[in-house]
Design a protein around this ligand. Structure first.
Ligand code: N2P
Length: 379
């Protein structure tokens, strides 16, 4: 093949979505293309976004596959969400769950996971796109996108919702036993109170644990400043003496039984526990905490792409979205679902948002965070 044919071939691969921009640059390098050819390709790369978009519109998916592999957070669907989809669409769903974004990313990056759909939080979306772990959505297969509330359209982490469809949103504050503590806690400092030693937990989640201690000192929970992180480490170590464990979703059972009185936890999982034990409250500490939106994404390696898009469209049905939020206790981005929701969680007001912070990717500073987390978890 002549060099110009090669360039054309690679350019077509890009336009049709067979090649990512990353693949293309790697191939160009491997083939030892001349500078001018590389220039042509780089121009194509610059146009790649548009080409990728056009390709997703022009491209057609075949018939729905008989299988679908979904990887989602634990306790994040209604009892019959998956079974109803399987029955209606004739698709066998393999449904696995995770407890943190980092757990999910590690699994996906190891390769060969076979997952078609993942549901990362906002800060992970651009990371998954940059790492080429996910593919642009083919929106012609997701007409129910029109059910989304405008608050969730065109988010900063995914301009134009090219890759991510909002699933649920929530906050990570403190759950507490209203019958065991005499006064309502209002600060992360409760975790430093020796009175409740052994009766308190934080999440098994690096970002949430260190993030909470940064907020405690009035810092951003996205801090990459070594001095601020050193203080957060010291506070986290002090609190650790009082903690029963670092535990995420499983703390619900311990709150219900009364083994745990104060737990760093997500608002919706707290509501799930309250459904079984009414003496469980939830609060956003005065220093603030995380707010997040989790979104459905189709993996780059998905082998059930039509089923994946049908699943996303199904989740966006008003009654399916309402069932999910009614079960999980989380906020729904689905405006059309609101009339059928029992206790719809209102999106925070601008005043409330002042105390809430979205997580961002930490970039190169992640090493600093991981070192602290390893120490906290280790000894
Ligand atoms: C799991 C919900 C947690 C979502 N039940 C955290 N982003």
């Amino acid at each position: 093949m002549s060099e110009s044919d090669t360039v054309e071939h690679l350019g077509q691969g890009l336009a049709l979505g067979r090649l990512s921009r990353r693949d293309l640059l790697a191939l160009a390098g491997a083939l030892g293309l001349s500078l001018s050819s590389l220039g042509t390709l780089l121009t194509a790369c610059a146009r790649g976004e548009t080409a990728d978009e056009q390709a997703t519109v022009a491209d057609e998916l075949g018939a729905i596959e008989r299988e679908l592999n979904v990887y989602n957070w634990s306790d994040y669907v209604a009892a019959d969400t998956i079974a109803n989809f399987e029955r209606e669409f004739g698709v066998k769903v393999t449904y696995d769950t995770y407890e943190s974004n980092e757990e999910m990313l590690t699994r996906l990056q190891a390769g060969g996971s076979g997952y078609d759909i993942i549901v990362p939080s906002n800060y992970v979306v651009p990371v998954a796109v940059a790492a080429d772990l996910v593919a642009p959505l083919m929106k012609q297969y997701i007409p129910n996108l029109e059910n989304l509330d405008s608050t969730f359209l065109d988010p900063v982490f995914d301009p134009g919702n090219r890759y991510a469809v909002p699933y649920q949103w929530g906050t990570t504050g403190l759950a507490w036993r209203t019958d065991k503590l005499r006064v309502e806690p209002d600060s992360w400092s409760i975790l430093l109170d020796v009175k409740y030693r052994g009766k308190m937990t934080q999440m098994d989640d690096m970002r949430e644990v260190i993030g909470a201690w940064l907020r405690f000192r009035g810092k951003s929970l996205n801090s990459t400043d070594p001095t601020e992180l050193a203080q957060a480490r010291a506070d986290a170590l002090a609190a650790r003496k009082n903690l029963k464990a670092y535990v995420s979703a499983a703390v619900k059972g311990q709150l219900i039984s009364g083994d745990v009185w104060v737990a760093q936890l997500w608002n919706g999982d707290t509501a799930q526990a309250r459904a079984e034990q009414p003496s469980i409250g939830y609060l956003v500490p005065k220093e603030g905490c995380t707010i997040w939106t989790d979104s459905m994404m189709v993996t780059r390696s998905a082998s059930h792409r039509r089923a994946a898009h049908e699943f996303i469209n199904y989740i966006l049905r008003p009654e399916v979205g309402a069932d999910i939020s009614n079960t999980t206790g989380y906020g729904s981005p689905n405006k059309a679902a609101f009339p059928s929701m029992k206790n719809p969680v209102a999106y925070p007001t601008p005043l409330e948002l002042q105390r809430l912070e979205y997580q961002q990717d930490l970039g190169g500073a992640i090493g600093l965070w991981e070192a602290i987390w390893t120490e906290l978890r280790g000894t």
